[in-house]
Design a protein around this ligand. Structure first.
Ligand SMILES: *Cc1c(COP(=O)(O)O)cnc(C)c1O
Length: 372
């Protein structure tokens, strides 16, 4: 699905040198590379504050802690996403409210969000799924009308641009009150282990969050709030700092590969290729290239591709509202028709910055030979 070795080769010397420097200086925790990466990412995203942390799941949890959400507060998020999003809501004893997604872009459905808002709702968590920006203008408007926080789960879309109604653009993750991302190795900007970060333009919130990630300390050995220990280590920061200048190029190559796949597959009646809904070409950075199959035995296709040495993935096979951990009597199946359908239809093809035309053509040939 990814080619981390192929991505490493051209930057090997620089990455090795910077890792060696961290080892030589033994500044493994909170070293200068962490601060340097934070500044570089603030500049890249054009955001006032980046707070590095240990992984993308922590980033989401800490963002919610920073906003002061309290047990019983309702938090609306998408039914069709990775479990981390709903997991941290539940862990903090907030009440997850799962809603359906849009069949065109797979992102949280605005009408469903509207329906789900109650006096207890405190936040909405859009996930920019598979690398495509959610409808942020509509969500921000709802948030303003109902006095809610918007927390962007940007784990799959780092580097994407959102074009606002007024024509201006922002990087995803910096549009809501707070955003989070993951630097898991296979993400669009991945390190060589675990890593994550929180973004905000709110000075007070950034200050609160900086204490939370460090055991609730704002002054050494004074613990003002209950915090966590969540750090990006210096070696991971050094790797990320070496890779960040390549992110736009990596994303451009993913998009080019996606367009190639689409060119080959778009006219097939049994295949729905991914839509780019925004007018901004960089609104989708293709963390995944996900097809919808119509009248195809999806699981047999997965087996056929695997038998031909083609990896593929089903993201996600089970809606969150049907997972044992998150099932709830208040959910009504009629409210999840799109997610219930998508989980049966979707298949994600290999997608990364090293994918070449020959590989794409081989993959496409094997798909078409099976579904025709
Ligand atoms: C990967 C991912 C996360 C979690 O990131 P980790 O670094 O693995 O904790 C959260 N949300 C989404 C949508 C993701 O894809």
């Amino acid at each position: 699905m990814v080619d981390l070795k192929g991505q490493y080769e051209p930057i090997k010397e620089q990455v090795n040198r910077t890792i060696q420097e961290v080892i030589d200086t033994t500044a493994f925790i909170n070293g200068p590379e962490v601060h340097g990466f934070q500044k570089d990412l603030e500049d890249y995203l054009n955001v006032k504050h980046v707070i590095p942390c240990a992984n993308g799941t922590d980033a989401l949890q800490i963002a919610m802690m920073g906003l002061g959400l309290k047990p019983g507060d309702e938090v609306i998020t998408a039914d069709f996403t990775f479990a981390a999003t709903v997991e941290v809501i539940a862990l903090l004893q907030l009440t997850p409210v799962l809603v359906d997604v849009d069949p065109v872009d797979f992102n949280i459905d605005i009408e469903a969000v509207k329906k789900a808002i109650t006096p207890k709702t405190k936040a909405i968590v859009p996930v920019h799924l598979f690398g495509q920006v959610a409808n942020m203008d509509a969500l921000l408007q709802l948030a303003e009308e109902h006095n809610l926080f918007v927390i962007e789960d940007n784990a799959q879309a780092i580097g994407a641009d959102y074009k606002h109604k007024d024509g201006s653009t922002s990087k995803t993750g910096t549009i809501g009150h707070v955003g989070s991302t993951s630097f898991f190795p296979s993400k669009n900007l991945g390190c060589y282990g675990d890593g994550g970060a929180i973004f905000t333009n709110d000075d007070a919130l950034a200050h609160t969050i900086r204490g939370i990630v460090n055991h609730g300390m704002y002054e050494r050995y004074h613990h003002d709030v209950v915090g966590v220990n969540s750090r990006l280590d210096s070696i991971q920061a050094a790797v990320l700092r070496a890779k960040l200048p390549h992110l736009d190029n990596y994303n451009a190559r993913r998009r080019a590969a996606a367009l190639k796949y689409t060119e080959h597959l778009k006219d097939h009646p049994k295949v729905i290729t991914p839509n780019i809904v925004s007018g901004d070409p960089n609104a989708h950075v293709f963390h995944q290239y996900t097809l919808r199959l119509q009248g195809v035995d999806r699981d047999a296709l997965v087996k056929h591709l695997n038998a031909n040495d083609i990896p593929c993935g089903v993201y996600y096979p089970i809606p969150l509202h049907k997972q044992k951990a998150y099932a709830d009597a208040r959910y009504n199946e009629d409210d999840f028709t799109i997610t219930n359908q998508l989980v049966k239809e979707v298949i994600s093809l290999p997608m990364h910055s090293e994918l070449d035309n020959e590989q794409i053509e081989y993959i496409v040939t094997k798909i078409l030979e099976f579904i025709d």
